[in-house]
Ligand binder design. Structure first.
Ligand code: 1CP
Length: 353
C-alpha cells in the first residue's frame, strides 16, 4: 500500500520536504468530545485500549478534524507493566494505579518476560486494523515508555511527584534497579519490534520522567537502556526505514548524549530554543517540538505568532517535525489546535525553499 503523505518520515530522516510536518503528542484524548463519547460507550479507558476496533476509532478521530501528518496508535505506556502482572487500573480523577506494585527485590526477580505478541496482541491487532483504515493517508506511529519511566510507575504504584521509592531503589540497591531496567529494556525492544512488524512506520520512546534524575543517574538508569533498545530495533520494514524518536522530557542538558544513541530524531520540550538544540545536535538527528502546550490556551493570534516563532527558531532547512513540547492537555479547545495546524501549513513552506 503506497504512503500518500510521507512528509513526517522524510523529515524524521532529515530529507527534503516542502513544508514542516505536524503531529501532536496525545492528539487523541480527553480534549476531544468524540473521544469522551467513545470512552463512555466503551465503559472504561482499558476497554478502549483492549478493543482493537475502538482503539482504531479513537486513533482516527483527530485525523478527521485536523490536517495532521501522522496518526499515533491509541494505547498507553502502562500496558507493559499491566501484562507483567502488576494489573493496571484507573481511579477517576486520580490517574493510573497498580494492584501489585513492586515492593521488594523478590518482586523484581519474579517479574515475568511477557510474550508481547500474545499478551499485547490487542495492540498489534489495533495497529494492523488502523493501517488498513488509514489506507496510506499518513504514517502510523507506534510507541512505548522508556524503561526508567515505566519503572517509576511500577515502583511507586502510580503517579508521583518525588519518585521517592524509585530513587531509593537506584541509590540503595542499584543492582536490583538494573535488573528491573534490563528486563524492561528487553520487553520494550520486543514490544516495539512487534509494533513495527504489525505496521508501525515510526516509533517513539516516551521518557517522561528522565528529567527527575541527576545527570549521572540519567546516564546510568535511563539513557543506557534507551540506547540498548535503539540498537535492538528493526530499522527497516516494507522497504522503508523506520525512524526512531526519543523524547526525554526535562533532559535538554543531555541532547548530545541522546543524539549519540543512534536514534533518528529527538523530541524536545519547550525549555530550550530549537535554535540552540539544533546547534548542539548538528546533523546527527532531526528535532521534534517544541511549543509550550499552554500556548493552546491563548487565542488564535497568539498561537499564530508562537508557531511562527518556533519555525523561525529552528530556521531554514530540513529535519524539523512540528509538535508540542509535551502532550496536549484536556482543557484545550480543539478549535485552537486547528489554528495551530493551519498556521504550520501556512507558514512552514517558506522555511523549505
Ligand atoms: O481518562 C482517560 O481517558 C485516560 C487518559 C489517558 C489517555 C487518553 C491515559 C491514562 N492514557 C491515554 C492515552 C495515551 N497515553 C497515548 C495515546 C494517545 C495519543 O497520543 O494520541 C499515549 C501516547 C500515552 C502515553 C503516556 N501515558 C505517557 C507518556 C506521554 C506523556 O504525556 O508524558 C505517560 C506518562 C502515560 C501514563 C498515563 N496514562 C494515563 C495518564 C493520565 C497518564 C499520566 C499519569 C501521570 O501524570 O503520571
Amino acid at each position: 500500500m503506497e504512503l500518500k503523505n510521507d512528509t513526517l518520515l522524510r523529515a524524521l530522516l532529515r530529507q527534503p520536504v516542502d513544508r514542516t510536518p505536524v503531529w501532536i503528542m496525545r492528539q487523541a484524548g480527553r480534549y476531544l468530545p468524540e473521544y469522551l463519547k467513545t470512552r463512555a460507550e466503551a465503559g472504561s479507558f482499558m476497554d478502549l485500549c483492549q478493543t482493537p476496533e475502538l482503539a482504531c476509532e479513537v486513533t482516527l478521530q483527530p485525523l478527521r478534524r485536523f490536517d495532521l501528518d501522522a496518526a499515533i496508535i491509541f494505547s498507553d505506556i502502562l500496558t507493559i507493566p499491566d501484562v507483567m502482572g502488576l494489573k493496571l487500573y484507573f481511579v477517576a480523577g486520580e490517574g493510573p494505579k497498580f494492584e501489585n506494585p513492586i515492593r521488594s527485590a523478590d518482586d523484581i526477580r519474579k517479574l515475568p518476560s511477557p510474550d508481547v505478541n500474545e499478551s499485547l496482541g490487542y495492540v498489534m491487532d489495533a495497529i494492523s486494523l488502523t493501517r488498513r483504515e488509514l489506507d496510506g493517508k499518513v504514517p502510523l506511529i507506534g510507541f512505548s515508555g522508556s524503561p526508567w519511566t515505566l519503572a517509576t510507575y511500577m515502583v511507586e504504584g502510580g503517579s508521583s511527584r518525588t519518585f521517592s521509592r524509585t530513587k531509593k531503589l537506584i541509590y540503595q540497591e542499584p543492582e536490583m534497579a538494573h535488573e528491573l531496567l534490563g528486563k524492561l529494556a528487553n520487553t520494550v525492544t520486543d514490544y516495539l519490534n512487534a509494533q513495527i512488524e504489525s505496521g508501525a512506520q515510526a516509533v517513539q520512546i516516551f521518557d517522561t520522567w528522565g528529567g527527575a534524575l541527576s545527570a549521572k543517574a540519567y546516564q546510568d538508569f535511563s539513557l543506557q537502556y534507551m540506547a540498548q533498545i535503539v540498537s535492538g530495533l528493526k530499522r527497516e520494514n516494507e522497504g522503508r526505514r523506520v525512524p526512531v524518536i526519543l523524547f526525554s522530557k526535562g533532559c535538554n542538558t543531555q541532547l548530545e548524549a541522546l543524539a549519540n544513541t543512534g536514534c533518528d530524531a529527538l523530541g524536545v520540550d519547550w525549555t530550550i530554543s530549537l535554535n540552540e538544540a539544533r546547534a548542539r545536535v548538528g546533523e546527527r538527528v532531526a528535532l521534534q517540538g517544541n511549543l509550550d502546550p499552554a500556548i493552546l490556551l491563548a487565542d488564535e493570534k497568539v498561537i499564530h505568532r508562537e508557531v511562527n516563532e518556533t519555525l523561525n527558531s529552528f530556521g531554514q532547512g530540513n529535519g524539523h517535525v512540528f509538535n508540542l513540547g509535551h502532550g496536549i492537555t484536556p482543557d484545550v479547545d480543539p478549535d485552537n489546535l486547528t489554528a495551530l495546524i493551519n498556521a504550520v501549513w501556512e507558514l512552514s513552506p517558506s522555511f523549505h525553499s
